[in-house]
Ligand binder design. Structure first.
Ligand code: ATP
Length: 429
């Protein structure tokens, strides 16, 4: 990890440049909830698109799903979430603030981290993490439902629908990207722990005999994905859960952890869920060739979207002598290019620059326009948001039809013909 980066610097840059804002800020905010600004939403969409292309479009064995957030509450009873999806909590006897009691930090606490009081803590109690809401006009006639705490269950309950409407046979997977909600008590580490977040999950259905090799396959895939979106290998490690730590459904779990400035925390989970889920929902599979009927086993790779973004921002952040630069992979950078007219007051240059800008936009390359201040300042501004290529239209362009393309990382400049510009950029992203 580069030594200059801190979480405060990432948070400040994310806010200043329109990546991530605290939610409801004009009303004092809402803890652990964030909004993604104009650049943040581009970054998010680029990551989701890459994930979908890689795990759905490029694989014949995986199909997609986009399910509802609200489901029949029976789903969560049967899945075990109503009884078991909880964290152990204690309450400060002085200020009643709640803390998780299953952390090593809590084991050594002598006073309350919130009020400093030394009256001690209550007995540990299980606290369910699901948000409840109601469907129905009046409180009396309404039904309690939950905001889904994971996207996985919707895949299980659609298992039969998917089998009936596709030609998939085991082994195959179903992928989904969507919001999940958890009433988390521990305070956040910026966007690491949120109340509302996005998961990118795959449920991969197999025969029991194949679970070890499939687990290994997904362990490799998860690592390759993390590296390909720009997370540094040196900050990643897999950690196996011991029996006590594993969720109620899991037979083996390994987390991909990221070294957040000295503190390894989970960014992705890989779980062997056995055949717990489909058994619970009374769903099974019939082999189309042999007629054999059985309950499939499941391997679940689960990727948090915000827990992808935070490590990417940390690893991309570089402070150099005269600039701050986000060395994002071009494929996920919000803007792929920026176009500058060298001067603002020369109509032919501005007009030519507009034509270059339009050409790039129309060819599907998301491009920024900047004609404020001097070129040096415009470069600095684009470096800070990770734009890989800055293109300047100058007096020479009017003569020879070439523009200056400046590379974000090397700062090297090259003359490129306007007619070749789109393919020049496309080849590099
Ligand atoms: P943690 O131990 O950090 O609470 P978890 O083990 O409960 O996480 P899982 O239930 O395995 O997490 O969820 C799968 C993935 O969803 C996680 O690997 C993470 O990427 C993401 N995730 C879970 N909870 C949150 C959250 N509160 N905010 C953001 N992402 C989350």
């Amino acid at each position: 990890m580069n030594s200059s980066v801190t979480l405060e610097k990432i948070t400040a840059l994310a806010k200043r440049r329109g990546f991530i804002y605290p939610s409801s800020e004009i009303y004092g905010g809402l803890a652990n909830v964030y909004d993604f600004g104009p650049l943040g939403v581009e970054l998010k969409n680029n990551i989701k698109k890459l994930w979908w292309e890689r795990f759905v479009h490029q694989r014949e064995d995986i199909v997609g799903l986009d399910s509802s957030i609200l489901m029949n509450p029976k789903v969560w009873e049967v899945s075990g979430h109503v009884s078991s999806f909880s964290d152990p909590l204690v309450e400060c006897k002085n200020c009643h603030a709640r803390f998780r009691s299953d952390s090593s930090e809590f084991d050594v606490l002598v006073s309350c981290p919130d009020c400093g009081g030394k009256k001690g803590f209550s007995e540990s109690k299980q606290f369910n993490l699901m948000f409840k809401t109601q469907i129905g006009a009046t409180e009396k006639s309404s039904t309690d439902v939950y905001l889904r705490p994971e996207t996985a269950q919707a895949i299980f309950i659609n298992f039969k629908n998917i089998l009936d409407t596709t030609r998939k046979s085991i082994p195959f997977g179903v992928a989904q990207i969507g919001k999940a909600f958890r009433n988390e008590i521990t305070t956040g580490y910026f966007i690491f722990r949120m109340l509302e977040f996005e998961q990118m999950e795959i449920e991969y259905f197999i025969r029991e005999k194949d679970w070890e090799k499939t687990f290994k396959h997904w362990q490799d895939e998860i690592m390759k994905w993390a590296l390909d979106v720009g997370i540094s290998k040196e900050n990643l490690r897999f950690r196996e859960h011991d029996e006590k730590e594993r969720s109620h459904y899991s037979k083996r779990t390994a987390d991909l952890e990221y070294n957040f400035m000295g503190d390894y925390k989970e960014i992705y989970g890989l779980a062997y869920r056995g055949n717990y889920d489909l058994t619970a929902h009374k769903l099974s599979y019939t082999d189309p060739q042999t007629g054999e009927q059985f309950v499939p086993y499941i391997i679940e790779p689960s990727f948090g979207l915000e827990r992808t973004i935070l490590p990417i921002l940390i690893d991309a952040y570089h402070e150099e002598e005269k600039r701050i630069v986000l060395k994002l992979k071009p494929s996920i950078a919000p803007f792929k290019a920026a176009v500058f007219p060298l001067v603002q007051n020369k109509d032919e240059i501005v007009k030519q620059a507009r034509e270059v800008f339009d050409l790039l936009i129309k060819s599907g390359i998301y491009t920024a326009w900047d004609d404020r201040g001097n070129i040096g300042k415009r470069y600095l501004s684009q470096d800070e948001i990770g734009t890989p290529f800055c293109i300047t239209v100058d007096y020479g362009t009017l003569e020879d039809g070439e523009v200056t393309v400046r590379d974000r990382d090397t700062m090297k400049q090259e003359r490129v013909a306007i007619s070749k510009l789109s393919s020049y950029i496309r080849e590099r992203i």
